[in-house]
Design a protein around this ligand. Structure first.
Ligand code: G6P
Length: 471
């Protein structure tokens, strides 16, 4: 083994920090992604030999691996495409994600039969491929930070290959309550928990998710199930320095002007004189509760007709997991309900819902800046960084309507207008309260929200985990 195969800090995740697209001329176009883990990992500095192990996701990625194209510090695993699809779409996103976010329509699903068993075998093979790659790349005593539900079995598998390593696992999702977790076949529930418990330390975004995990481990495996595994909570915060700088660049200013024009309204929109904006920005994700959010907005227009033509709902719903039929139909439902509201209430110069589905980070930041109200109403969410980012970049203060089922509620609950995400009536009422909040109060709350939202920036969030793992 040569020296570059001896990384001291390793991160493992399904989705890596970069992806490749195949251009028409056959060349490869590399794109870097963002997110907490990307900026977190950069905090360890250039002197540490770090390696990010991730999966090839699309054809471009696979081609890059085949050609031996890559970037220093990243190793992409070209796991067989069918195996990956069964593990990622079949088990991780259609079962584990559903269990942790309470998404099943239980009269008919889940139903665990032979198809599930076949996919589960792929999930095991996929986890095994990660464990083997990590075992081959890690220096003696290295720290390995495994991410998320895709890789729940990796800690246990890696432990049996390399007893010398410090293994951590971090969940970016909620964790299911015991009764819901027990929908999984008993042997699968056990394997998942034992896989995770192969780690020295398990990290969660909030105390609530950490407690839920402990409840499952003890409920399924019995008292003392944790053994030597430690549990930690690290509430990832927004990256204030990055956001404040990024939100003031030219491309964001341009989109701000475009959005203001789309919103329209007398006296120039966006500011206190113009039409108000209720903003939401999400992946089009079942757990984000976009449809009930639209229903709540419609109810607001029904119950408070004074808001008609005086408010616009700016909803960005970016494509996600479109390989899954249920995500495709949810995406269609979001568009249908938005169109229905526009048809019912729209006037010559007022579009009640402005829906954008094409991912555009600069436009998201522009919407954060002009929002009078931010609507963050997930059914259940590990953290929800939108709730934390809006107060940081808001120009004039923004009222936050926040689901109590989002992880961010633990830190932001005091200064948000808190809602039960299933209660459309209460959500409509909260939108009304938010729209009528005095500007001074709104600004004061936004300041406090921004402080709470940035208390653990990505760099510290990552280093804290690393230090705790080495302790
Ligand atoms: C959540 C998960 C991440 C995942 C992301 C996007 O935040 O915790 O692991 O990467 O959603 O989902 P995707 O399936 O597109 O990677």
């Amino acid at each position: 083994m040569c020296s570059e195969h001896h990384a001291q800090v390793l991160v493992a995740s399904n989705r890596g920090p970069l992806s490749y697209a195949l251009r028409e001329d056959g060349t490869l176009d590399a794109r870097r992604g963002g997110g907490g883990l990307v900026s977190g990992l950069s905090a360890i500095g250039p002197d540490v030999n770090a390696l990010w192990v991730c999966s090839a996701l699309g054809d471009g990625d696979r081609e890059a691996v085949r050609r031996g194209v890559g970037e220093r510090g990243v190793r992409m695993l070209a796991i067989d495409a069918e195996t990956h699809a069964d593990a990622y779409n079949g088990v991780a996103n259609s079962v584990l994600w559903f269990v942790h976010h309470l998404l099943y329509q239980t009269p008919l699903e889940p139903s665990f039969g032979t198809e599930f068993r076949r996919q589960w075998a792929a999930y095991e093979a996929y986890n095994e491929a990660f464990a083997e790659a990590l075992a081959a790349e890690a220096a003696p005593g290295a720290a390995v930070l495994v991410q998320d539900y895709h890789l729940a079995l990796v800690p246990g598998m890696l432990r049996s290959l390399r007893a010398d390593l410090r293994i951590g696992h971090f969940s970016h999702t909620p964790w299911a309550p015991l009764d819901y977790f027990r929908m999984l076949p008993d042997d699968i529930a056990e394997r998942l928990l034992r896989g995770m418990l192969g780690a020295d330390r398990l990290g969660f975004l909030t105390r609530r998710w950490a407690d839920a995990f402990v409840g499952c481990a003890e409920g399924v495996l019995g008292a003392g199930a944790l053994g030597g595994t430690r549990i930690g909570v690290h509430g990832l915060g927004a990256d204030a320095d990055f956001l404040r700088e990024r939100a003031r660049r030219g491309d964001v200013e341009e989109r701000l002007a475009d959005l203001r024009e789309q919103i329209g309204g007398a006296g120039g929109a966006g500011g206190s004189a113009g039409r108000k904006a209720i903003v939401r920005v999400d992946r089009t994700e079942l757990s984000k509760n976009i449809v009930r959010g639209l229903h709540a907005y419609r109810l607001l227009l029904d119950e408070h007709p004074e808001w008609r033509e005086r408010v616009t709902h700016v909803a960005f719903a970016y494509p996600s997991r479109q390989d899954l039929a249920v995500y495709r139909s949810y995406t269609a439902e979001v568009s249908r309900v938005a169109a229905e509201i526009n048809a019912a209430y729209g006037t010559a110069d007022w579009t009640p819902v402005i829906l954008h589905v094409k991912d555009d980070f600069a436009r998201s930041l522009a919407a954060y800046r002009l929002a009078d109200v931010a609507l963050v109403n997930p059914i259940r969410d590990g953290m929800n960084l939108v709730a934390k980012e809006v107060p940081v970049v808001s120009d004039e203060g923004c009222a936050l309507v926040l689901s109590r089922e989002a992880g961010a509620y633990e830190e932001l609950g005091d200064d948000a207008l808190v809602v039960n995400p299933y209660d459309v009536t209460a959500t409509a009422a909260a939108l009304h309260t938010a729209l009528t909040m005095p500007v001074d109060e709104r600004a004061e709350r936004t300041k406090r929200l921004a402080v709470a939202a940035t208390s653990l920036p990505p760099g510290r969030w990552f280093l804290e985990q690393l230090e705790a793992l080495r302790r």
